[in-house]
Ligand binder design. Structure first.
Ligand code: ADP
Ligand code: MG
Length: 252
């Protein structure tokens, strides 16, 4: 699958001097300038508390911001609820804690939003859900409940659930951080597949092997700022800032 022509040229996500504060005091995003083209794969890294989750959550308007402009898929995110809804329809998100509904089966988790929010017929939603479960290699678990699955399986279900809404952009916030080590690979493998299929990906992760393998660009954040951005090759072999060097030295 390739991205559409409009995707590959225009920027799909545009942060233009975005500033955000939590409450009155905490300046959590500082003059963020970041432009993401359709089909691009970004890995966002940086120390804990540097604003990575906040930046990601701004993209689907789970967080607001106070200064600057953030445009996603041509919609300026601000107070306009129509823009927020339009953006959310195009953005899928996967969290560290899988956030599946425990009282619904895997299949029901996947069909809920398509049927009740997007107005898809139940039969079509089921068919689509099964296709996405195949894609993350877990179709045989469709009738189980989330807590009957391993963490890695639950996270793959969460990815399939996001894909059912046919997003143009997928946001991953440390999708493997809550997993036992032996389950990390099965989730990363699914994400590598997605990356190969032209999906626009923004992924916060400390999995630098994954970053090297799939990222077009690494964004390194510290204290609410984008300190560096560059190819994995550039960032890993010659980080430009002292903080970037320090971060990598603790990781590797
Ligand atoms: P990261 O994902 O890089 O660890 P976050 O974006 O989660 O960073 O957090 C950045 C800073 O904002 C941290 O100091 C964190 O404690 C603070 N923070 C995050 N969420 C909230 C919130 N809802 N209210 C107040 N402060 C928050
Ligand atoms: Mg975070």
């Amino acid at each position: 699958m390739s991205s559409t022509p409009s995707d590959s040229n225009a920027s799909l996500i545009e942060f233009d001097k975005v500033n955000k504060w939590y409450g009155d005091g905490l300046h959590v995003l500082r003059d963020i300038e970041l432009s993401v083209r359709g089909g691009e794969r970004l890995v966002i890294c940086g120390p804990s508390g540097s604003g990575k989750s906040t930046l990601l959550r701004c993209v689907n308007a789970l967080e607001d911001y106070q200064e600057g402009r953030l445009t996603v898929a041509g919609h300026l995110l601000g107070d306009d609820l129509k823009s927020i809804e339009a953006v959310r329809r195009q953005v899928g998100m996967v969290f560290q804690q899988f956030n599946l509904f425990p009282h619904l089966t895997v299949l029901e988790n996947l069909t809920l939003a398509p049927v009740w929010v997007a107005g898809v017929s139940p039969a079509a939603a089921r068919e689509q859900a099964m296709a996405q479960l195949e894609r993350v290699r877990i179709a045989e678990q469709a009738d189980k409940y989330p807590l009957q699955l391993s963490g890695g399986q639950q996270q793959r279900v969460a990815i399939a659930r996001a894909l059912c809404l046919k997003p143009r952009i997928m946001l991953f916030d440390e999708p493997t951080s809550a997993l036992d080590p032996e389950m990390v690979k099965e989730v990363l493998d699914v994400m590598v597949d997605l990356a190969g299929q032209g999906m626009t990906l923004l992924c916060v992760t400390h999995e630098m092997g994954f970053a090297r393998a799939v990222a077009d660009r690494i964004v390194f954040m510290d204290e609410g700022q984008v300190m560096e951005e560059g190819t994995p090759q550039d960032f890993f072999s010659s980080p430009q800032t002292e903080r970037g060097r320090d971060f990598l030295s603790k990781l590797l």
